[in-house]
Design a protein around this ligand. Structure first.
Ligand code: ADP
Length: 437
């Protein structure tokens, strides 16, 4: 038996006992009147509290517990306990919901939820920017009224969502490329995931260009080489012609070798995540080595001047730095016509070591300068080839300098010459006496 039954039976028993006592003292009639009056009072009491409970259930005020005697007090108390439990559960669900929303907002991808009529139910900030939406203003709008690109409308209506759609972004994101995929869920609802793949597309197209360039660069000497081979096989050649053909074949083979060598150097530099080391270079020996190489490449066709501050040195990977500096000197000679001047200097500017190569050569038109360090970028393709260039030299220079936190600055005037300046950071610049230390 529960508490309500017990309490009701106890009050009935009390009423009966009181009525019996009144009956014994004042007679049966008075006892009956007493009992009726008590029942009416009880009825009013119950109606009052039923009314109060009704109002409470209609407009609950959390935390306010009405007080009452007997069973009603118990009912109010239990209702209060129930409300408290529910309140705690609702708060827990609300917190989970808000954490869930925060997590989706933090996602780098766009998320939009559509109802069963393809109306926007919710979307995160990224989806807003991708589609040029306003989550508050556009709520409950049909998505194709706002994202009108025909390919998107076709995709949404196709009901085939195994593949993702690649499309242009909207609003401020017009220049971006998006990948969009729909995932149906629940009762005819849809989840749309969007991703900005502009960068991915760019690197992908760079990779494609690179493969095409490498193939092209290797194909040219290979075609020439096989042409010579065929000629030699099919034509009876005298000794002089034979030697000439072999010489030309050798040139093409070494051109291919140079390309492969530079590609491997570049791949090693790009793949090497280790810092380049901080041994101090013997710059006196390095400058002498560069000067000897420059003179033998020029073969006396240029005036070559080397000036070095011998008290100055730099910390880094010797082979890398020497190959980068040698590249700049070699380029200066290759792109300077006979009789020109090449001026190489190693000196300190403020607290930084600076290597500069100035030539009086062909010069570079301004619009080409920002692209010189791209792989296979050449201002004049035929001149680069004629002088044995691979188009990878400055790309290698850029990587070596990046690894040493050094900068490359190019100044040039078409027809008058160029200056390539390398500035090492103060942290890698040292005085020569440190070598001895
Ligand atoms: P390449 O093997 O073709 O010389 P690089 O990467 O070393 O390749 O140089 C890229 C291009 O920059 C060259 O093809 C050339 O057009 C230009 N260039 C580099 N150095 C000079 C220079 N000192 N004077 C004029 N043009 C230069």
């Amino acid at each position: 038996m529960n508490i309500i039954w017990t309490r009701s039976l106890v009050s009935l028993a009390l009423l009966a006992a009181l009525s019996a006592i009144v009956g014994a003292i004042f007679g049966v009639r008075i006892a009956l009147v007493f009992a009726v009056v008590m029942l009416v009072v009880q009825g009013f009491f119950s109606t009052f509290h039923t009314q109060r409970l009704w109002r409470l259930l209609d407009a609950p005020v959390y935390g306010e517990v009405p007080s009452a005697l007997g069973v009603w007090g118990e009912i109010y108390y239990r209702l209060h306990k129930l409300a408290k439990r529910w309140h705690a559960q609702v708060r827990q669900v609300e917190q989970q919901h808000s954490r869930f929303i925060q997590a989706i907002q933090a996602s780098p991808n766009g998320v939009a939820m559509l109802d069963d009529h393809d109306q926007i139910e919710w979307c995160n900030a990224i989806a807003e920017t991708h589609f040029g939406l306003d989550a508050k203003r556009d709520l409950r709008q049909h998505i194709t009224h706002l994202v009108r690109q025909p390919e998107f409308v076709r995709y949404l209506n196709s009901h085939h969502y195994e593949e993702m759609l690649v499309m242009r972004g909207m609003g401020a994101n017009r220049q971006h490329t998006l990948s969009v995929q729909v995932f149906p869920y629940g009762e005819n609802r849809k989840l749309i995931l969007t991703q900005d793949i502009t960068e991915l597309e760019r690197t992908d197209s760079m990779r494609r260009d690179f493969v095409a360039n490498v193939s092209h660069e290797l194909k040219t000497p290979l075609t020439v080489l096989s042409g010579f081979l065929e000629t030699m096989r099919e034509l009876p050649l005298d000794e002089a012609d034979r030697a000439r053909y072999l010489e030309m074949m050798d040139q093409q083979a070494s051109r291919m070798q140079n390309i492969v060598r530079d590609l491997l150097t570049l791949a090693n530099l790009e793949g090497d995540m280790r810092p380049p080391g901080d041994g101090l270079l013997d710059m006196r020996a390095v400058m002498r080595h560069l000067e000897d190489d420059a003179n033998s490449l020029s073969g006396g066709r240029h005036r070559i001047i080397f000036r070095a501050d011998e008290s100055l040195t730099v910390a880094g990977a010797e082979t890398e730095i020497v190959s980068a500096l040698a590249n700049l000197v070699t380029n200066a000679i290759r792109y300077t016509p006979d009789g020109g001047t090449i001026d190489v200097a190693w000196h300190r500017v403020q607290d930084r070591a600076v290597f500069s190569v100035r030539d009086s050569g062909l010069g570079i038109p301004a619009e080409h300068i920002p692209r010189l360090t791209e792989r296979f970028y050449r201002v004049d393709r035929s001149r680069s080839r004629d002088t044995g260039g691979t188009g990878l030299g400055l790309a290698i220079v850029k990587h070596v300098l990046q690894r040493h936190h050094a900068e490359l600055d190019v100044k040039s005037e078409e027809g008058r010459g160029s200056t390539f300046i390398v500035r090492f950071p103060a942290s890698r610049t040292a005085a020569r006496k440190s070598i001895a230390a």
